[in-house]
Design a protein around this ligand. Structure first.
Ligand code: MSP
Length: 509
């Protein structure tokens, strides 16, 4: 039976336009989705938009639009961003979808009927941008630590979820699943938060109109975080992920996110799932922030790098590559235009681009444009090196070390370039007695490059297919499986094509 694999991004708020931070998570999720398809698994990749709540209502008001109209426009922009970065998501969920609304109401009713929800008058310090209450000690001079805006004193009657009930079960789950939250630093953070004691949380809002009505009390709407978290389940019911009740894709394998929303996913979400009788997701993977000039990029701060402009100039694969290559996945890191251009030139134009050009050109020149037959002999030397790296790439991908996997792939690229220098095919070609050696070098280069292209596929899908085409290899989905990344699979005799530089060098001023 085929293994199922379910990966998600957070659903993004539509209170402002998408930026590179959103693109980052979507690209990372896409890489996992594509990689697991290459492993032959049945993949469901979900992304979407979080459309209810105060900030969205306010943003609509500022534009003189109805919230739904505003959300419709913004959701299109997020869909366009997903398409722009070549995301292969299987569905795009919007929380204003009536099917999501109905499913959330059903879940809320269940919690209510079970006695997991009660009514209580509540006052607290509330950050409207986070949609969250803060303890005074967690604010900085009365301001939200994340948004820098003042928290407001709010008093209302709300429905509360008995989160405290689930503390012990949560601790137990963490105890038995040390890889529930990755990387480990985030696991420890979540665990210490839970160990510190959980209080019941307010899961409805009275003063707000833009939300999903509480089914038994039309004067309240569902707290936007509960509405949002449930998307991971509701989308499976109507988004093609396996149908009503006990979908075949649940539990999710990976929820991807940055640390800003860890608490919601690591505490509230598993508790809600326990209450509703669902298994918990296998892993939350918490990546770092892309920073510009040392600050987290955010809409509120305005220091945003525009993915559209970068993709226009460098191509989508260069952008995907840069995001994962520059910043170790799981850690914070700075991205910049200069960093972009320098990696583009050194690693894409020089390392990879040159390797493709010279391999194809040499097969053209020295072998009449056809890949020579596989040389007889041992899997030593280059084949051995490549095979060892393939193993390491797979291992890195298994633990979602996306940056480590890319580094390994680049080690293959560099090993192949070194092989060109060391074996000097141009000298072999001058010596009629060394034709066999020359053919072996050309085969090895083409085979190494083919394997690189397969390993690169999840990161740079277009580039990967282009390299395979230039090598005259087949590029149907079934030809791109990871199983094919084994030494010796090269189609020989295949006609190569030279189509100019893959990544034209940029003149950097
Ligand atoms: N709507 C909630 C999520 C609900 S999920 C059930 C939300 N939306 S958001 O639009 O603010 O998106 C936050 C997420 O966007 C982060 O967790 C991260 O995945 C991504 N990022 C936003 N800015 C980012 C960076 N500067 N760097 C890395 N990731 C960034 O929170």
């Amino acid at each position: 039976m085929r293994k199922n694999f379910y990966v998600t991004t957070p659903i993004y708020y539509v209170n402002d336009v998408p930026h590179i931070g959103h693109a980052y998570t979507t690209i990372a999720a896409d890489i996992l989705a594509r990689y697991h398809r290459q492993l032959g698994e049945d993949v469901f990749f979900l992304t979407g938009t979080d459309e209810h709540g105060n900030p969205v209502a306010r943003a609509a008001e500022r534009r003189g639009l109805e919230p739904q109209q505003h959300a419709d426009e913004m959701a299109e922009k997020f869909k366009a961003l997903a398409a722009l970065v070549d995301a292969s998501n299987d569905f795009f969920i919007r929380t204003t979808d009536p099917r999501h609304v109905a499913a959330v109401q059903k879940f809320m009713q269940q919690l209510h009927d079970q006695g997991d929800i009660y009514l209580k008058s509540y006052g607290g310090l509330y950050c409207a941008a986070c949609e969250a209450f803060y303890a005074k000690k967690d604010l900085i001079g009365g301001r939200c630590p994340d948004h820098g805006t003042f928290a407001e004193e709010v008093e209302e009657e709300n429905y509360f979820f008995r989160l405290s009930r689930y503390q012990e079960r949560l601790l137990e789950h963490y105890h038995h699943h040390p890889d529930f939250v990755l990387p480990t630093t985030r696991f420890n953070e979540a665990l210490s938060f839970i160990s510190g004691g959980l209080e019941d949380i307010s899961i409805s809002r009275a003063a707000l109109k833009w939300g999903i009505p509480i089914p038994w009390d039309e004067n309240q709407v569902v707290y936007v975080w509960v509405d949002a978290l449930l998307n991971y389940l509701t989308a499976l019911e109507f988004g093609g992920g396996g149908g009503e009740g006990g979908s075949r894709f649940w539990p999710a394998d990976y929820h991807l996110m940055a640390k800003d929303i860890l608490k919601f996913h690591a505490v509230i979400w598993p508790a809600l799932l326990m209450a509703l009788g669902y298994d918990l997701p296998r892993h939350l993977f918490v990546h770092g922030y892309l920073l510009m000039g040392g600050h987290k990029m955010s809409k509120t701060r305005g220091n945003v790098l525009d993915p559209v402009a970068i993709i226009d100039r460098f191509g989508v694969d260069a952008f995907r590559f840069y995001c994962l290559r520059e910043v170790a996945f799981g850690q914070d890191g700075i991205v910049s235009q200069e960093g972009f251009e320098s990696r583009y030139n050194s690693e894409l134009a020089n390392d990879l681009g040159n390797l493709v050009s010279r391999t194809v050109a040499m097969i053209g020149r020295y072998s009449g444009g056809a890949i020579p037959e596989r040389p007889a002999g041992e899997l030593e030397g280059l084949p051995g090196i490549v095979t060892a790296h393939v193993h390491d790439v797979r291992e890195a991908m298994r633990i979602v070390d996306l940056t480590g996997a890319l580094e390994r792939i680049w080690q293959i690229v560099r090993a192949l370039n070194r092989h060109v220098e060391e074996s000097a095919p141009w000298a072999l070609a001058k010596d009629g007695s060394r034709g066999g050696e020359l053919a072996a070098v050309l085969y090895n280069l083409a085979e190494g490059l083919r394997i690189c292209a397969l390993l690169l596929h999840s990161f740079m899908p277009g580039t990967s297919v282009e390299i395979l085409r230039r090598l005259g290899q087949r590029t149907e989905a079934s030809d791109l499986s990871l199983e094919a990344a084994e030494w010796g699979g090269l189609l020989t005799g295949a006609g190569i094509t030279d189509r100019g530089p893959l990544f034209p060098r940029l003149a950097i001023s």
